[in-house]
Ligand binder design. Structure first.
Ligand SMILES: Cc1ncc(COP(=O)(O)O)c(C=O)c1O
Length: 499
């Protein structure tokens, strides 16, 4: 049998897709379509690569990988990460429950997010987690909870370093074409120098509170190493400035957050800036042709719309090792310039997408095919999943790499919109190359391991699909498929409507 490797966990064998040693089609037969599938091997490998690569560049102190739970908080996934010695970045009381239930060591849990309510703070301190202070309001709550606790409250200040030297536009859709430094400043996370100075001295004085260090997270504005160099340079300068202003304070740990890109980086659709121009040109031509009447207009437009084809991003992002090298090298160069010794300074990082993304795929089955030949040519392939089960990625205009799991060797002879089952437009993959597609074919969307399963909704009253963990040639259900009963279980009728 010829095995063609796609990456470390995906391969094709005799025209079929395999994840680890499991045939994707067998998985669907066993667990039904659609399905989220996660690779245990890939997850473990990614966690180890992050730890080893950062540790290699940071030899004089410990490195702690604290993957972002928001990207994938399924219990089985968190259990694997606990097993790998990972900590966890959490954003809510629910994610704290997920991390503790999975057995993540509490001292390796980074409690992020705004607002944090009193009970969440109390529980985090009692468990021995590290709280990232990110608003003036939570300081009162931390002081009050610390006063009642037998455990000291371990806190870090979330800084907001200004990326003044990095003015290239941000990839984030919400910020449009804003320069990255402005988009980062407009982002809700982090405290300005003035806010830090309003809080820092108070935390240093507060009984039973220990200021253990600093945190920063800018997110994936850019995937380039230059962006990471700019972030680390600005972070080091801000740490130095705050330490001086706090009278020579010395941090025990610094957390650099997450934002590293997934290797195949599905985050490209929003950055195709030629698209508006293409559409504007089509619109102008269409308007001009309308003067000639419907038939000639359709004849020309049929040829023109056919020229539009989408492709997932073809340029891979930097590797985990490259990100590790640039981050650690820059920090080791810059921190001493600002009087901060790196020996003994724990380095923490919170990768989400880059750790989970390529450990997951989504399998979905072709249910309907509409081929239009007149008055324009357009093909639509309808699958049994929906964009409402990819909301994390849709928010960032992801365009996922894909292949047909039962036709991996078939030539891409056609082109179609791949459409989900909801009543919205649900264009999962717009005008992409396809092989000859038939009902029952299985589409695999790659790199769906981060932010997708955990952001599914029940739009159109659709029960959400199951999740399966693959370990070698074994597969086990880790989140069951919803039933219709699950979908309606929170509904209640007020007495006057009850019959
Ligand atoms: C504080 C913090 N850390 C880490 C992450 C993970 O980011 P990513 O998935 O881009 O690596 C996030 C994401 O929003 C975050 O808010």
């Amino acid at each position: 049998m010829t095995i063609r490797r796609i990456d470390d966990c995906l391969s094709t064998r005799e025209g079929r897709l395999f994840i680890e040693e499991c045939d994707a089609l067998d998985l669907l037969r066993q667990f039904e379509s659609p399905l989220f599938v996660f690779s245990e091997d890939q997850l473990r490998r990614n966690a180890r690569r992050f730890r080893q690569a950062f540790q290699a560049g940071w030899p004089d102190a410990e490195v702690v990988v604290m993957p972002a739970a928001k990207a994938n908080w399924l219990l089985a996934i968190q259990r694997i990460l606990a097993d790998e010695g990972c900590g966890c970045d959490i954003y809510s009381a629910g994610e704290l429950t997920a991390a503790l239930d999975a057995g993540i060591e509490p001292g390796r849990i980074s409690v992020n997010g705004v607002p944090k309510d009193a009970e969440h703070i109390r529980r985090s301190i009692a468990a021995g987690c590290r709280i990232t202070v990110d608003s003036l309001e939570e300081v009162d709550l931390i002081e009050a909870a610390a006063a009642q606790s037998s455990q000291p409250a371990l806190v870090r200040l979330r800084l907001k370093p200004v990326l003044a030297d990095f003015i290239r536009h941000s990839d984030f859709v919400a910020e449009g074409l804003a320069p990255t430094d402005i988009a980062a400043l407009a982002y809700k996370g982090g405290l300005t120098f003035e806010q830090v100075m309003a809080i820092g001295p108070r935390l240093l004085q507060a009984p039973n509170v220990v200021l253990v260090g600093f945190h920063q997270h800018h997110g994936r504005h850019k995937r380039t190493t230059r962006y990471w160099e700019a972030q680390m340079t600005a972070y080091a300068a801000e740490i130095g400035r705050v330490c001086r202003a706090l009278g020579g304070y010395r941090p025990l740990e610094i957390d650099i957050g997450g934002g590293f890109a997934i290797p195949r980086d599905p985050f490209n659709a929003a950055t195709n800036y030629s698209e508006p121009v293409q559409y504007a040109a089509l619109h102008a031509i269409s308007k001009a042709l309308s003067l000639l009447g419907a038939r000639p207009r359709y004849a020309v437009m049929a040829r023109l719309v056919d020229t539009i084809t989408g492709h997932p991003n073809r340029r891979p992002a930097p590797t985990i090792e490259t990100y590790a090298e640039v981050c650690t090298r820059t920090l080791r160069r810059e921190l001493p310039k600002h009087g901060i010794e790196t020996r003994g300074l724990t380095l923490q990082l919170e990768p989400g997408r880059a750790l989970h993304g390529d450990a997951g795929i989504h399998l979905t089955t072709v249910k309907a095919i509409k081929r239009t030949t007149t008055p324009i040519r357009w093909n639509v392939i309808v699958v049994d999943t929906t964009e409402f089960w990819f909301t994390g990625g849709r928010y960032e205009h992801h365009l996922h790499h894909y292949l047909f799991a039962n036709k991996t060797d078939a030539p891409m002879t056609g082109k179609a919109d791949i459409i989900g089952r909801s009543c919205y437009g649900d264009r999962l993959l717009p005008a992409v190359p396809t092989p000859h597609v038939e009902i029952g074919d299985v589409l695999a969307l790659l790199d769906t391991g981060a932010y997708q399963e955990v952001s599914m909704s029940n739009f159109n009253a659709l029960p959400r699909p199951a999740s399966v963990l693959v370990t070698g040639d074994r597969a086990a259900l880790i989140r069951r498929r919803e039933t219709e009963e699950d979908v309606f279980r929170r509904d209640m009728l007020p007495p006057h409507l009850a019959r």
